[in-house]
Design a protein. Structure first.
Lengths: 312, 312
């Protein structure tokens, strides 16, 4: 799909500024790759409802990646994540001050790209971006809380990841002139895809390889961040209590973290989490039923399969 | 002007969300007052060209204050500013993590308000917001640099403060259906007003009272941030060299800072800086010449006078 290349070019042209250090920091993060799920979903949703070539969808897809990258840079500052997309985190390489500003710069540049959208699109995107901030606050209010509920865990995932993918699918299909029904169904697809994606990401934080993740492992446990697999593991009748005790410690040695991850893997938490992810994936696939057959619909289905198939 | 009250109401309604901690953090900063120069300039420029009551201008004015507040919260994280608008800085009260997210939330909410603007307006606002980020980077590249030029100092001020006030004046008059000439002249007014405002702010950091400032004093000197008065002082034939030596120290005691500020005040730096501010003020007043007489034009002129009249 040559639009994806156009999106990359648009991202780069958006960031190309005189104060080249800002450009450099942003490209350090964006140029490192990443799965481009948000722009991909936006473009595929656009095409799947019959959207024809259009500069707007390229801008839109690019702006989703800019927002996403802004949140990654700011997240790493907040979580002290050391590795991102296989590279040193921006704040480690350039300092907190400059990384913070680079994130702001990305928000503003994505806003500028949004100048060509209509009110409804802006509101959907902005509300999804708002949900990211709200979910961060919700997550931090449950930090080191071993008795967090499945409902809260899912609400965190929804705001952090699923809502913005929902928005990408909705506005992609909206710009592609999909019917109201198609926009709603693709939105639901995006939401379910995002849920599945984030659950698998949280599994990989326990069970994945760092090279696959492109970031450090075990960080959720270290930071006391409730995720679905950690929550399931702390429900385990045998190891749950011990894990909870370890989870709530503010300081954890490398050895303790390794021991904890081993314990988690002995419970049914990974299996239960994959089941949950599979459940969201199945819903996502069903959400595609109403679309006419096309290679774009197939790609959306394939994406849902891939997201859950990621394993070490 | 009852629009200013509407702006306050719009700011509050934009921030009113379920995750009430975000609302609380933002209102801690926004509710503490502040001079509301950006919304004020936007509204007055709108009215000065004959703009009639319109929801768009209220949204626009509110969004300028949201962007400004976002940068204040993030600035304080970066500069370790302890007091803001007479209150404890957000990051001190709520922690860096939550303050960082609250700033992002403000950016996004301002973006959402922008959904009702046209492309040109979005681009002017986004470019001005971009200039803020770029100016921060420029400033940080000259940190602890005693030989910074007047040109660079003015470029920093321009990006940090003047460009966004220029944007407020331009888009205010644009939405008010001013002529192209009026939009340009009011833009120039905003730019010059912003330059004068920031220079006086930088003077007050040396020569003001903390209660007037609503923030700590001497922070530019402590942080090694080049400002016009500090640059002028370091040019002083008698004390310049000694000041430069003190300026470049990464660690400064309270006593050293007090001594430095006393030294600065003995030079002609304050007078020269006020002259520079007066120069920009005069230009700003001239930029208003082409406008029809009205209480709004008078208020804009009055604002320029007030900005320079601020003294301890």
């Amino acid at each position: 799909m040559d639009e994806l290349e156009q999106v990359e070019a648009r991202i780069r042209s958006s960031l190309n500024r005189k104060e080249s250090l800002l450009t450099e920091i942003c490209l350090h993060v964006i140029g490192a790759g990443g799965k481009r799920i948000r722009p991909g979903v936006a473009l595929l949703s656009f095409k799947a409802v019959g959207g024809k070539k259009d500069q707007k969808i390229v801008n839109l897809a690019a702006s989703f990646e800019l927002i996403h990258s802004a949140t990654l840079i700011h997240d790493d500052i907040n979580d002290l994540g050391e590795i991102r997309r296989g590279r040193e985190a921006a704040y480690k390489k350039y300092g907190v001050q400059k990384a913070l500003i680079a994130g702001d710069f990305l928000f503003v540049r994505s806003f500028r790209l949004g100048g060509t959208w209509d009110t409804q699109v802006v509101q959907i995107v902005a509300d999804a971006a708002t949900a990211i901030a709200e979910s961060e606050i919700l997550q931090s209010s449950h930090e080191f809380d071993p008795s967090v509920s499945q409902k809260v865990c899912e609400k965190i995932i929804e705001g952090k990841t699923a809502k913005i993918i929902e928005a990408a699918a909705m506005v992609g299909s909206y710009l592609g002139k999909g019917s109201e029904d198609q926009v709603q169904m693709l939105g639901a697809y995006g939401l379910n895809l995002g849920m599945a994606f984030q659950i698998v990401d949280d599994i990989l934080d326990i069970d994945g390889s760092e090279s696959q993740l492109g970031k450090s492992k075990g960080v959720d446990f270290i930071d006391g961040k409730p995720t679905l697999p950690l929550m399931f593991a702390m429900e385990d009748p045998r190891s749950g209590e011990r894990l909870a005790e370890m989870f709530i410690r503010r300081e954890k040695t490398k050895r303790q973290v390794e021991e904890a991850l081993r314990l988690v893997k002995k419970t049914d938490a990974i299996v239960r989490s994959f089941e949950a992810a599979e459940g969201f994936k199945s819903k996502a696939l069903k959400n595609l039923n109403g679309l006419p057959d096309s290679i774009f619909k197939e790609s959306l289905a394939h994406l849902a399969e891939m997201v859950v198939a990621r394993r070490k």
